[in-house]
Design a protein around this ligand. Structure first.
Ligand code: 5GP
Ligand code: MN
Length: 372
């Protein structure tokens, strides 16, 4: 097994004896086994497959669809490309589908041209793999295009993932799905090269906010080290492509958003809104607003940041960030039919901007008051 995988799985135990480590590992496998059995009995929703089980399925089948969620981010697309490229090198037939296809912003990712929208008439697959996708519906129109897949694999790091699929690895402690894909590739000795490394680096860098968010661990840095060294990556160049290559309209969008900014609850909650009119006037693409919410989170007094975006389907997309584990924005978003992580979550809620803003901020206000 690779150095990093060993280091990651044994690191936190420090100087514990090997016997004790073995005992802990035994307990963990017994727990995983129990989760699996419970799932079959209909009890547990979340299940735990092993990398070995998934590795076996990957080797034993030929046709794969590798998918991720609508409005994909760097983690979704980087993870998709990395796993797809590894499978291709293994001689497999792979389609890499996303409702949005390739985004202009991520077109620099190695082999980004593989990412396409699904065809209107679906195809038959041995295996469909959903990456970084908290609920199956968030696969958007790719779901129907792979409807006949014989086996479903679900690999994700969202706390709210209910564990859909036949083989499931949901690890909410992972800061990015890219980290789980790295462990899968390394533990199974799957093909690895520069392009795979760059996609995984982009996945992990974007979902950790450039290695800043709380789930960023020693293991994350060890994985990054291995990606940079073995993949011979140019970190400066990738960072420039990720964080210093925005179109001018993104700044113009930020200027508009800042005009709508509201602070409530002694400046502990901050929000801004984007109307369809403003989005139309500025000709923004959905991908342009990724990360803008961080300007609100970066204010010292702010515990929760909220971004409201009016959509064309009569819904409002709500994006939420928290800086305090006691204020679980995933739980708040789940109340409105969404999900995500404790500190970063979202939902799509029917109603006008004003209506959604009012009911969501009221809920946030209650939770912030309780948490403080
Ligand atoms: P973002 O605010 O960056 O769009 O999303 C933050 C996190 O919440 C992401 O991990 C994303 O997958 C999740 N998320 C965003 N919107 C939704 C939604 O409508 N439903 C669910 N289940 N999760 C969401
Ligand atoms: Mn992710």
């Amino acid at each position: 097994m690779a150095k990093t995988s060993e280091c990651c799985s044994h690191g936190p135990a420090g100087r514990l004896s090997w016997e004790l480590l073995e005992l802990v590992e035994d307990r963990l496998s017994a727990y995983a086994e129990r989760l699996r059995r419970d799932k079959q009995g209909g009890g547990y929703k979340m299940t735990a497959s092993t990398f070995d089980e998934i590795g076996r399925v990957l080797r034993e089948h030929q046709n794969f669809a590798v998918l991720s969620h609508v409005r994909p981010d760097g983690d979704a697309l980087g993870s998709q490309l990395a796993l797809a490229l590894s499978l291709q090198k293994l001689g497999k037939d792979v389609r890499v589908w996303n409702e949005d296809g390739t985004l202009e912003k991520y077109s620099f990712l190695p082999r980004a041209e593989l990412l396409t929208k699904p065809p209107v008439t679906g195809l038959d697959f041995d295996v469909a793999i959903a990456l970084d996708t908290a609920i199956q519906n968030r696969l958007g129109n790719t779901l129907a295009a792979v409807a006949s897949a014989k086996i479903w694999i679900n690999i994700d790091h969202h706390l709210s993932n209910p564990g859909y699929g036949d083989l499931v690895i949901v690890d909410p402690s992972a800061p990015a799905t890219g980290e789980i894909i790295f462990k899968l590739i390394k533990s199974q000795g799957l093909p690895f090269d520069h392009d795979i490394a760059e996609n995984l680096y982009a996945a992990i860098s974007t979902d950790t906010g450039s290695f800043q968010y709380p789930k960023t661990s020693a293991c994350t840095f060890e994985i990054a080290e291995e990606l940079v060294r073995d993949g011979n990556l140019d970190v400066g160049k990738i960072s420039q492509q990720l964080y210093e290559s925005y179109p001018r309209r993104r700044l113009e969008l930020l200027r508009e958003l800042l005009q709508t900014t509201r602070f409530i609850e002694q400046d502990r909650i901050a929000s801004f809104t984007l109307s369809l009119k403003t989005a139309g006037d500025l000709r923004v693409l959905p991908e342009d607003n990724e990360g803008l919410i961080d300007h609100l989170r970066a204010i010292r007094s702010v515990i929760v940041a909220v971004f409201f975006e009016e959509l064309t389907d009569g819904k409002v997309r709500v994006s939420m960030r928290s800086k305090d584990e006691a204020v679980d924005v995933c739980a708040i978003c789940q109340k409105f039919g969404g999900g995500g992580h404790t500190l970063a979550a979202g939902a799509r809620i029917r109603g006008s901007l004003a209506e959604v803003e009012e009911k969501v901020l009221e809920e946030v206000r209650e939770v912030v008051k309780r948490g403080s």
